[in-house]
Design a protein around this ligand. Structure first.
Ligand code: AHR
Length: 522
């Protein structure tokens, strides 16, 4: 039985949290106060970043089918997927892994496709990788999507020379050996590549290193990954997994300003083996357990930030959560090791709640990349080899939330019920985030986590006497396990939201149980 009581939750860092007296009955109402005059942090658009690994059908079949495919494509990229991704205004795309990155040798993926060597994808099901999607195919995709590329370099099994040459190949416009090789392969002008990851999960699949050893290795790699012409690299150190605070501490101490960013990986339910649970078969307790684990990311981020603050008060080094999302059992009947999973309304909540947390820590969290973009883990899109495409509930959250990209984060306080959930965690029953865009419009996103009860939410915006609701969108469904399939792609889909009214400068929102709402207020 989940106990409900009221709690004041602050959207402002370091503000005290006050617990109101516990009550056993659901209050079903909440109060929010937004303080625009206290705003100081911009929500970097890169928080809405994505991740594409050579894993299962993320690249081959998902993004890339090749020009000779029967599936409609634009220069080899699936046209339907391309269009759906353009709609999301993707700011940054991380590639080629993940674990794959530390076994990837970029020279195998350039030049004539029929001459590219094959390799075994040891991390992901032993699938044969033919390298037909390589550097040119990835960087051209980023240009088509209008997003920044984020290259994850091979430190685990590669060499300093190999990564240094890759940077030169991609970004040098001079008369240099690698720039000339690129020209011979059909690309005259250098690409712009800002984000460079020096390894991935170097404590695990990326080399099984100790943090002291990795820190020295990072320093060595970073020296030789040069800024060519006007390209300026933002170098990212391979950071901690979840609760490994020592890793962050050692890197901050020993790498310091030599890195521009440090990564963090946090999955909601993670494991290589064992039962993580099915993506679409679960009960209410499983749902609340998931939400509890998801929201724990706030404590994890907070503790990593505290360590970073000790070495870097000015917040020059960014925290990049470059892998996050849900990790369920693979769908029955799919290839083992390909991490293909369905995506339900429960996943939509993991997306909205996690994004709310990233907004709150916008002063330090400069990028985040949900894992992964197509057909792998908590994906935006599912495809099949018959040309079918499905937009997941998570896609719809990203689409509703894109209004927060590069907007000013507005601090807020929230008083709502809280609930005890499995694994000894306590969660608020409502989550809220607000921002103001460059045109002055305020966007408020609300997630009513409560599976059974609607909430009446009163919202006040300090300094705003009148408000007009310009737009409202809701994402909900009959059942938390509802999801979209190739046969029924519209089961969980956004709809126009009309449950908000304004009265004397107060906004009243009646948000149904298990629903996510975004409002535009002018
Ligand atoms: O996203 C799947 C895998 O999870 C990545 O390859 C790895 O970095 C992480 O452990």
């Amino acid at each position: 039985m989940n106990m409900i009581r009221s709690k004041l939750i602050s959207g402002i860092l370091l503000m005290a949290i006050v617990l109101l007296p516990a009550s056993l009955t659901a209050q079903k109402s909440a109060t929010i106060k937004i303080y625009p005059e206290r705003a100081k942090d911009t929500i970097s658009k890169e928080i809405y970043g994505h991740f594409a690994e050579h894993l299962g059908t993320c690249i081959y079949g998902g993004l890339w089918v090749g020009e000779n495919s029967g599936i409609p494509n634009t220069l080899g990229y699936r046209t339907d997927v391309l269009n759906a991704l353009k709609e999301l205004k993707i700011p940054v795309l991380r590639w080629p892994g993940g674990c794959f990155a530390d076994e990837y040798h970029w020279m195998d993926g350039i030049g004539p496709k029929n001459k590219r060597p094959k390799m075994v994808n040891n991390n992901w099901g032993g699938t044969i990788e033919d390298n037909s999607f390589g550097t040119h195919e990835f960087l051209n995709l980023c240009e088509m999507l209008g997003c920044e590329p984020y290259i994850s370099g091979n430190v685990g099994s590669g060499t300093v020379e190999e990564l240094a040459k890759w940077v030169e190949y991609m970004t040098s416009d001079g008369d240099s050996p690698m720039a000339n090789l690129r020209r011979r392969n059909g690309r005259d002008k250098a690409w712009k590549v800002r984000y460079l990851g020096i390894g991935n999960e170097s404590w695990g699949c990326g080399g099984d290193m100790r943090p002291e050893y990795y820190a020295d290795l990072y320093r060595r790699y970073a020296v030789y990954c040069r800024n060519y012409d006007d390209n300026r690299l933002y170098k990212v150190a391979s950071g901690a997994s979840d609760y490994d605070y020592n890793w962050t501490d050692v890197l901050m101490k020993n790498i310091g300003r030599r890195m521009h960013g440090i990564s963090l990986h946090y999955y909601t339910v993670k494991g290589w083996n064992g039962n993580k649970g099915a993506a679409t078969v679960f009960d209410k307790d499983d749902y609340y357990r998931t939400i509890g684990k998801c929201l724990e990311i706030e404590n994890v981020i907070k503790r990593h930030c505290e360590i970073m603050d000790r070495y870097d008060r000015d917040k020059r080094t960014g925290l990049l959560v470059d892998e996050w999302g849900t990790w369920w059992d693979e769908e029955p009947g799919t290839v083992r090791g390909h991490l293909y999973q369905q995506n339900s309304l429960r996943d939509a909540f993991v997306a909205s709640l996690t994004l709310d947390v990233f907004h709150k820590y916008a002063s330090r969290v400069r990028m985040a990349n949900i894992a992964q973009i197509v057909n792998v883990l908590q994906s935006m899109i599912l495809t099949n080899d018959k040309g079918g495409m499905v937009l997941t509930p998570t896609y719809h959250v990203f689409n509703m939330y894109k209004v927060h990209q590069n907007a000013l984060c507005l601090p807020l306080t929230l008083i709502c019920d809280e609930m005890n959930v499995p694994d000894n965690r306590t969660i608020p029953i409502l989550s809220a985030t607000a921002s103001r865009d460059k045109n002055g419009a305020i966007h408020l996103s609300l997630s009513n986590i409560d599976a059974d009860n609607a909430q009446t939410v009163s919202v006040e915006i300090a300094g705003l006497k009148t408000m007009k609701i310009a737009n409202g969108t809701i994402l909900t469904s009959t059942d938390l396990a509802d999801h979209n399939t190739f046969d029924k792609p519209q089961t969980v889909t956004p709809a126009n939201f009309t449950g908000a009214v304004t009265n004397n400068g107060i906004l009243q929102v009646k948000i149904p149980a298990k629903s996510i709402v975004t409002l535009e207020i002018k």
